[in-house]
Design a binder for this molecule. Structure first.
Ligand code: HEC
Ligand code: HEC
Ligand code: HEC
Ligand code: HEC
Ligand code: HEC
Ligand code: HEC
Ligand code: HEC
Ligand code: HEC
Length: 502
């Protein structure tokens, strides 16, 4: 072990470009041991880590930075962590006793899944905000909501065809982990342990179900929510990556949530694509105009922005609802943004766990009121106003609010037809013990709000309209869907006095 220790210390120092005594003191002896083995078995991990600020800067050095550029916010960083770089051993043993996957690994007690709560040791502000975000709650939001569960089932359950009828077999955990829970996050559980022969002898590891996963709302083995690696992938944990739109695209791209497609086709996205090679994505704070000339997802939704005199334009927040007056993702209509991140507790007037009811009303006591909406709108618009004139921004917003109203009206038309279909018994919804999302005509209806109305609103909010609001999954399809619903009903509606044609 001693030999490995010396060799790796040398390699680590060269790799990090350090010179002299300062470098040696940064890496703890415990981390040297990890590097001793992992440098050969996982060069991808070790080399990635070496390039990071975690390897280069100790918490004590980081705390010495004054002002907006300070990157750490922990009040009670343990003394033994302050003067070493954050290495494998430090990170993978934080709060060890609270992690169910803690195991003995070559003489050190470590856990595999480093959680947001661990990161909070030094980044308490980001971790605290993220936990109040819808994203951190995305697992429970889905699986604790009886209605969303039926939506999951309608999409994921495996269809079977037997005796002239389609039946389904429930989706298994593997399917769910790479379907909805890929983005929303799985629930991790230790299900046992496995002893394996490795290149370095026999070792025992925990077996973790639901793993691997980097969903934003993953339930971790210390009970905490989320994965910082969703946007700051391990082991680089970089700000540059989080500020680029590709990171968000991973999850915000489908026809239900087409933010990325809309952005790419927008003026802002166009400027990003043409010009970003000359922008600076690492400066903190991020100076509008100087570091970048058009906003990325992060700039509008999360970033700390300053003007060229260093004055704060908008504060950083990992709680994205700080800048979102509305929820434009229709459930089933767009509505005011919910106050609390766990939407599974919301009940509409029909007792369903939805922020709106099918007749078009909204569950107001769970949602931002007008005053709260005005305040968060101001925060969102602060960024716009550092590049645009007030009348440009007002003109854009007026159209956006109009689009929320008009798209909701179209969805109400479709939903009224669907309600007639249910009332006539031509399809079976939740009130009759079925699912409102699984039959053919119900799927036509759900496409109208889940895909088309959403696409129209995203295009309006983040592109000022354009193709995604019209032909590419937009108004063309929404208006057609309403006609399809009408036509389907008319063909099956019993003529007066005659029995149902179903
Ligand atoms: C004696 C060599 C050795 C040392 C020392 C060592 N590891 Fe490992 N580690 C391994 C091997 C071998 C594996 C298994 C690799 C495989 O099978 O792909 C492993 C696996 C792991 C895993 C993955 C476990 C899993 O189930 O996914 C983590 C995390 C890990 N090591 C972290 C560390 C940390 C942190 C340290 C220092 C405290 C450390 N290791 C020290 C050899 C070592
Ligand atoms: C800043 C904290 C941090 C440091 C430092 C760190 N890790 Fe990790 N590591 C993580 C996180 C977080 C994950 C899991 C990412 C996720 O899925 O959320 C992880 C995952 C892993 C895994 C499993 C990943 C896989 O693909 O199998 C291994 C193995 C591992 N780390 C080894 C190391 C080694 C070796 C070092 C030192 C070179 C190291 N870690 C340093 C936070 C850290
Ligand atoms: C023991 C303290 C500590 C812990 C725990 C910690 N960090 Fe850090 N983090 C730091 C320090 C120190 C820096 C560098 C500060 C500097 O350069 O001024 C940093 C920097 C960062 C940055 C900025 C990187 C950049 O490119 O500018 C990110 C993002 C980050 N950490 C995320 C994480 C995540 C995610 C975790 C948990 C997996 C984590 N950190 C755990 C101390 C910590
Ligand atoms: C590729 C990533 C991804 C996958 C896979 C995914 N979602 Fe989502 N989901 C999102 C995003 C992003 C949002 C938030 C959109 C927004 O806020 O406008 C979201 C939001 C939701 C919401 C709104 C929840 C609320 O109350 O806040 C529901 C319901 C939902 N998804 C259902 C599903 C179901 C069911 C599946 C699987 C059939 C699924 N999602 C798969 C990314 C995904
Ligand atoms: C690993 C997948 C994933 C990544 C990466 C991701 N998101 Fe999300 N995001 C989600 C999911 C899932 C939701 C929906 C949570 C829900 O409603 O249940 C969401 C919700 C949101 C919301 C709406 C939240 C609200 O309160 O209404 C915004 C805004 C958002 N994400 C922005 C971003 C930005 C910006 C990035 C990139 C910096 C990003 N996301 C990266 C999965 C992801
Ligand atoms: C949805 C994507 C997303 C997730 C998930 C996320 N972050 Fe971030 N993070 C960002 C973005 C975007 C920035 C850049 C903000 C800016 O430009 O001011 C950032 C910046 C940071 C910074 C500031 C770095 C610096 O150089 O000043 C830290 C520290 C950080 N995040 C830590 C975390 C921690 C800890 C977690 C998990 C609790 C986390 N982040 C989860 C998107 C994310
Ligand atoms: C020019 C600023 C801007 C840019 C760039 C931008 N957005 Fe948005 N985004 C907005 C506005 C404005 C809204 C509507 C506000 C609201 O819903 O209250 C919005 C809404 C959203 C929503 C819906 C939130 C909800 O509650 O339903 C998500 C998710 C989202 N954006 C993600 C992204 C992603 C991912 C990117 C990058 C691909 C991005 N945005 C780029 C300004 C922007
Ligand atoms: C960093 C600067 C910057 C920020 C921040 C910014 N924009 Fe822009 N925006 C631009 C530039 C540059 C253009 C391209 C103008 C042109 O076509 O000449 C543009 C174009 C637009 C367009 C396209 C208009 C069209 O018809 O093509 C809309 C809409 C828009 N911005 C709205 C917004 C809104 C709303 C916000 C805030 C939520 C915002 N912008 C934030 C720089 C910015």
């Amino acid at each position: 072990m001693r030999r490995i220790f010396v060799i790796t210390l040398a390699i680590a120092c060269v790799g990090l470009g350090f010179t002299g005594a300062r470098a040696e003191s940064k890496i703890s002896p415990a981390t040297e041991e990890c590097l001793g083995c992992h440098a050969t078995i996982h060069p991808g991990i070790v080399e990635g880590w070496k390039k990071t600020r975690h390897a280069a800067t100790t918490p004590a050095e980081a705390l010495a930075v004054e002002g907006l550029a300070r990157k750490i916010t922990g009040q009670n960083i343990p003394e033994d962590l302050k003067n070493v770089s954050l290495g494998c051993a430090e990170c993978h043993s934080l709060n060890g006793s609270s992690h169910k996957d803690t195991f003995d690994h070559n003489g050190t007690s470590i856990h595999v899944v480093v959680s947001p709560k661990d990161c909070a040791t030094c980044h308490v502000e980001e971790a605290g905000q993220f936990d109040k975000n819808l994203m951190a709650h995305a697992h429970g939001i889905l699986v604790n909501n009886s209605l969303y569960k039926t939506l999951m089932g309608a999409i994921n359950d495996t269809p079977l065809f037997d005796k002239g009828k389609v039946a389904t077999k429930p989706a298994n955990a593997h399917t769910e982990a790479e379907s909805c829970l890929y983005c929303h996050g799985t629930k991790l559980e230790v299900t046992g342990s496995v002893t394996r022969e490795t290149d370095m002898g026999e070792m025992t590891f925990p077996v973790i179900s639901g793993w691997p996963n980097q969903g934003v709302g993953r339930i971790n083995l210390d009970g905490s929510r989320g994965s910082c690696a969703a946007c700051h992938t391990r082991h680089e944990f970089s700000i540059e990556m989080a500020r680029k739109p590709y990171t968000c695209r991973e999850c915000h791209v489908g026809p239900d949530v087409p933010a990325s497609k809309v952005y790419e086709a927008s003026k802002h996205g166009n400027i990003f694509s043409s010009k970003n090679s000359g922008w600076n994505f690492t400066n903190v704070p991020w100076t509008v105009g100087k570091d970048f000339t058009a906003p990325t997802c992060a700039a509008c939704h999360m970033s700390l922005l300053t003007d060229t005199e260093g004055k704060v334009v908008v504060k950083r927040s990992h709680e994205v609802k700080d800048r979102l007056p509305y929820r434009i993702f229709g459930l089933i209509y767009a509505h005011s943004h919910p106050r609390e991140p766990d939407t599974s507790v919301i009940r509409n007037k029909d007792g369903l766990p939805l922020p709106t009811d099918f007749a078009g009303g909204s569950a107001d006591k769970f949602l931002y009121d007008e005053k709260e909406r005005a305040a968060v709108k101001k925060t969102m618009q602060a960024s716009c106003l550092s590049c645009h004139h007030q009348s440009w921004v007002d003109g854009h917003w007026e159209r956006f609010v109009n689009t929320i109203g008009e798209s909701n009206t179209a969805i109400l038309a479709g939903t009224r037809i669907m309600t007639d279909i249910w009332q006539l018994g031509l399809a079976t919804n939740h009130q009759k013990g079925g699912s409102p999302f699984d039959e053919y005509i119900e799927r036509v209806w759900s496409d109208s709000w889940l895909f088309y109305a959403n696409t129209i609103r995203f295009a309006s909010a983040m592109g000022g309209g354009g193709d995604y609001g019209v032909f590419a999954d937009g108004r063309y399809h929404l208006s057609k869907t309403v006609r399809q619903l009408e036509d389907w009903l008319n063909q099956r509606k019993p003529a007066k006095g005659k029995p149902s044609a179903k």
